[in-house]
Write a protein that binds this ligand. Sequence first.
Ligand code: PGA
Length: 213
Amino acid sequence: MKLFVFDLDGTLVDTKENIALAANHTMKAIGLPEISVAIIASFVGDGSKRLLERCLDYHGANTPDTYSRAWDILFAYYYENVEKCTQLYPGVVEVLDSLRDHHCAVLTNKPQEMADKLLKYLQIENYFCEVVGGKEPEKLKPNPQTLLYLIEKYTNEKTVMIGDSKVDIKVAKNAGVPSVAFTKGFGKVEELQDADFVVDNFAKLGEILRTKF
Ligand SMILES: O=C(O)COP(=O)(O)O
C-alpha cells in the first residue's frame, strides 16, 4: 500500500480565521492590539509556539514573562475553540474516499491535542492510520524524523507528502519523498515551486495522487 501524508492547517482544513481568532484573543487578553488575519496567516507553519513568538515580536513585546503568560492563554483558548470558523476545503472527503485502498496519515505542526480534536469534530479522523501532531519543537517539520517514522511503519511502497507551506515541501525533500503543494492554504505560491506538483483544488489533487504516483 502507498502512503499519502497530509498536512492539516491550510491543506485539509481552512483554519486561517480560527488561528487568527486564537492569536487575537491572546493579544487582547494581554493588552496588545489585534493583528490582521493576513499577517497572522504569514506567521503560521512552524507550530503554535513560533506563531505566538512572531505575534509578540510583531508588537515588540516578546519577553519571557509575557510569552509564558500569553502561551497559557493561547493554548487554553485554542484548544477550547479549535473547531470555530474552520471548514474542510471542498473535495477533501472525496479525495480521502478515493484513497481508501492506501494508507493516509496526517503530519502537522499543530499541537497533537488540537489536531485530534479538530479531526474528530470534522468527522474525518477514521480516514487516517495515524495523526502525528506537534510535540517537541525540535521534532517539528521540516525535521524529517516523524515523516520517516510514518514511512517505516506504514509502507514499503511509495510515499507522497501533501501540504500548503514550504515546511511541507522541505520535510518531503528531507525524507527523500515527492510532494504535492496545495496553494489555497498558508504558503505563498512562489515558496511552493520546489514541489513535484502544484495544485489549487482537491479535484486536481485527487487526480494527481491516483495517476502520478
Ligand atoms: O500549527 C502550525 O503551525 C501549522 O500546522 P500544519 O503543520 O498543519 O500546517
